[in-house]
Design a protein around this ligand. Sequence first.
Ligand code: AMP
Length: 505
Amino acid sequence: MRTTHPFVVDSADSDKFHEECGIFGVYGHPDAAAHTALGLHALQHRGQEASGIVSYDGEHFHAHRALGQVGDNFSSESVIGSLRGHAAIGHNRYATTGGTLMRNVQPLFADFDFGGFAVCHNGNLTNAYQLRRQLVRRGSIFQSTTDTEVFVHLMAFSRGGDVLDRLVEALRQVEGAYTLVALAKECVIGVRDPLGVRPLVLGRIDAPGGKPGHVLTSETCALDIIGAEFVRDVEPGEMVVLTDEGVRSYHPFRKARSRFCVFEYIYFARPDSVLEGVSVYEARRQIGMELAREAPVEADVIIPVPDSGVPASIGYAAESGIPFELGIIRNHYVGRTFIEPTDRIRHLGVRLKHNANRSLIAGKRVVLVDDSIVRGTTSQKIVQMVRQAGASEVHLRISSPPTAHPCFYGIDTPEEGELLAHKHTVDGMAERIGVDSLAFITIDGLYRAMGKPGRNPLQPQFCDACFTGDYPTELPDRDEAVKQPELSFLAERTAFGRERRVRRG
Ligand code: AMP
């Protein structure tokens, strides 16, 4: 879910967008809200800024939304106790900077003539601004600045008879990446966009009375936490409906070739999750092995940049035969550095977060392995720290190709001009970061590590737009912003212009 700006924007009200999210839903269990809170806790890495749960008890909907982490907001008995019912959905929201508005915290809820409807979204729409503008002209009054609200207004204008017809009609009008979990009176609904950019899995959970309940979640790690059994991935373009009768499946969209986000494997998903039949940990380890074959270096020790560089480092060490050591220790009580709002704080954040294990580094030729370079701030600081700890050489190996393009599908990336790989060649990056050598896995190496023969340029098997610039959908909002840069409220909508100040339209 990413936020958009209302047609007329007040700068004081302007929210920052850029989110990844975690979504979860349960149908058919008396402790639906408690399970949802646990599921969201397991999905906390996908969003730390805010979370919310909406439940339904057969008569009333109940909601609780709050800024902050799941444990802070959903651990009290009184909160969980107030979220009564056999069905619930929940959402974790991730945003890079402050300015969060409570009214953007999901699940969103609306009253329709067919009854209440709550929805959570992971992904990002690429035509949300355009749809929003049309909807506002038709009379919609938006309550939030999130693109997710577009679904609700499109459903309100739909002539479809029931909730499913209306949702499908709305979804046929949107472009981009969306994985949804929604709650209506008789059901919990899960949908993946036709390209299946973001993950969604279906599970089953034992329930008192013998009839099992069903679960939808972004990642399998959230099934493990509640002891639910993995059933299958929801397919790209599939809508599943969980009811008292079990699970119904529909394919309401034109069939497309799947383009699952490869960055989920590289960085975003938890390594104990299995997505699309592939273990995230194993994918990272294979990428590390491939990286060692593509970019070997003579060295004494392989050191991961924790935590995200660990599985790839294990692979690199296994393939190269060079010992693996935890030469950098991470303080787990600090959030991800990337989410700090300004460069000054970001620098400080890295020092707060990592420390060198000197005895493992002094006098050694070190290979550092990390998953990605975005702005380069983390790498610069870590390299400096490793040199100060006495390394004789520092080589950096990255388990993704250079991140040279922004993501428009729900993973936070800074605008293009801030991406180190957009501004510099690999040699230029090495110089800025201060390493003796720098290498990234190649795009074909990445595909090989993922078990493919290489990247099929005509029909790429994944979405890899952040590395290749090959976006699998149209980008109407971005294109309009580029054509009309004077519309700063529009430019802010895209990763290209997001830092600009908002002017009144
Ligand atoms: P930077 O310091 O800007 O180069 O950030 C790079 C670090 O941020 C890498 O070590 C990644 O582990 C992490 N990272 C990469 N992409 C993201 C993202 N979308 N959100 C949060 N952290 C990220």
